[in-house]
Ligand binder design. Sequence first.
Ligand code: 5AD
Ligand code: SF4
Length: 435
Amino acid sequence: MTRKLFIKTYGCQMNVYDSERMAEAMGGQGYVVTETPDDADMILLNTCHIREKAAEKVYSELGRYKGLKAAKPDLKIGVAGCVAQAEGEEIMRRQPMVDLVVGPQSYHRLPELEAKARTGAKALDTDFPEEDKFEHLTARPKAKRGPTAFLTVQEGCDKFCAFCVVPYTRGAELSRPAERVMREARDLVERGVREITLLGQNVNAYHGHERGLAGLIRELETIDGLARIRFTTSHPNDMDDALIAAHGECEKLMPYLHLPVQAGSDRILKRMNRQHTAEQYLRLIERLRAARPDLHLSGDFIVGFPEETEADFRDTLALIEAVEYGSAFSFKYSERPGTPAAERAQVPEDEKDDRLQRLQALLTKQQRALQDAMVGREVRVLFEKPGRLPGQMVGKSEYLHAVHVEAQGIGAGDIAPVRIESSGPNSLGGVLMAM
Ligand code: 5AD
Ligand code: SF4
């Protein structure tokens, strides 16, 4: 019997990857994915715990399914991801409509948990088992897929930044062995994938290859048909010489790097337990740019970290001015119970709002300037899908800019040279050049 599975994914790309793999595992149980909760036999919320009100969001989302559950008592509702890990038991207690709770390290047990839930029992698994969940998930079916894919190679984090729940929810750093990653990558390429983004909470700490992430990237480069490699997200202190060199030497490694710094004041970086100074970060960027002069950088920033003064905040603005980011994510500090920063003197909310606005104005200006500077240049675009207008195709440049092109005879998965002619709010427009 075919059953329908609706998965709602919150948070980072690692959750996107996990949701795909859970859908595949449930495929083995006769489930097909549906895009709406209305006709689902099972609803799974894949949650994120990184910022405040995570659990509240889950409860309010669950509330929306009350009517569905009442109309269809057979409907099973599950909570997965980092909120499940942190607050699973509490969720089950507080919200009786939840049948199943599964933590991020136990997804391979999802089919068993679902079978248990089908008997009417409550099913909960938030262990950190020894086995590799990805190996125990059923193999990906050989179906064709789009030209870009995520591939998780590392999970967990040992850095313990003072604001962050990841070391608690996702546990210690763990790398998948290179041969398993290679097998999965080859399989993805056979199914039509041309670009792989390697994922990890702290991906450049990867040690599943004897020569680290750089070694893995060099091995991935040998796969025919794989054209592009990216990785995210990285910690500055794990950016070793081999990885810096790879940016200059590996043709398939794209010139775009997400390297969060969080803040530009040494006083705040120290309180954040980042283990590096602003100057060290800037020197690292210099070395990366020496290896790959056209590298576009992206980052994460937190404003209003406890005890952050106006002067500290200005140091962050100064660092941003010095780096010139191609894109960035920025957040107001959000107090996370159980993390060291939650104990310290908090910055008033209106101050955080004001700083976030000023920070984002600067980042948007930089992002726009770098995007506009692409006009007149030639880039190579990996086409992904038709655009909104007839005859249009959309893809991504090496620098991750979305590019629209009027293109005859171009299909998803093709890579072609494009001259950029215009720069809009969120994307570039260009014309196809002779190949
Ligand atoms: N408050 C605000 N932002 C946070 N991040 C992580 N924890 C918090 C928090 N408590 C941000 C960091 C990190 C990104 C994934 O989320 O910038 O790099
Ligand atoms: Fe969190 Fe990233 Fe710091 Fe690890 S390195 S504790 S995941 S912010």
